[in-house]
Design a binder for this molecule. Sequence first.
Ligand code: NAD
Length: 289
Amino acid sequence: MKIAFIGLGNMGGGMAANLVKAGHQVNAFDLSEEALGRARENGCETFNAIPDAVRDADAVVTMLPNGGIVKSVYTDDVIGKAPQGALFLDCSTIDLSTAREVAASAEGAGYQMVDAPVSGGIAAANGGTLTFMVGGSEGAFERAKTVLEPMAKAVIHAGAIGSGQVAKMCNNMLLAIHMIGTCEALALAGKAGLDPQKFFEISSKSTGYNWSLNDYTPAPGVGAASPADNDYQGGFASALMLKDLRLAMEGAQTAGATVPMGEHAMKIYEAFVQSGNGNKDFGAIFTTL
Ligand code: NAD
């Protein structure tokens, strides 16, 4: 297939490279010259404008920072510029209402579109092991699967358009909550006189087990290897977690859902990021306790 790929940053760069490895022709565009240079090294053909990159594409994949950018890219440069019959896949994490609005514009112009946000960070993007949660019609999902599989460990149909973003915001709200809880428990164990490593051994096999504790232990030198062992460098930045929590709070307000723990988690990450820690891995909340 000929796939246009827009947004070749930390995530998109590796994803586009995996599409090339799978034998697709990838037409790449990014505002950053550096990102375009890396895409060329990975076998993509690069373009200076989005309409040129999408002109003869069978599918258009976007991996962009936020909903405002996704909306302007599709409205100004993709819808009406890509050939009729092209499939649009937005893999960015964005707010639900923009996801639905952009898909409605695309569908109004005769295109099929899915929202397909991902779970898994930069390593999974590079390794082709992302989990995609896909919102869209049955037909659009079947087409999307073929495009997404070379980048994926799992491709799951979440439901109608927007459902991928709902899954993503709920998943990351839950992740923030169990990460903060895990940090609190590890810190309390240590302060109350229990070796945190012993606490890890016990709780990771008891009812306290969860991904943050078992697979991404946020205390340095304890449990599973994680960014905590590298001064909280790399991993999933707290600023990105804050972005996802804000999207979840917006989504909860629109849906009329009550999310007191999610709200509290957002306030904790807000304070952490405002104190200059936005680049640190989200497990660094441990250092504040
Ligand atoms: P990034 O900032 O590294 O990359 C975004 C890229 O988009 C940049 O290269 C930027 O130059 C480009 N860009 C911005 N505006 C553009 C435009 N108008 N046209 C073309 N290119 C444009 O961000 P990232 O970490 O790759 O994240 C991308 C998306 O994936 C975000 O929505 C993020 O929330 C989501 N996500 C990230 C992670 C992660 O661990 N980094 C994990 C899961 C999901």
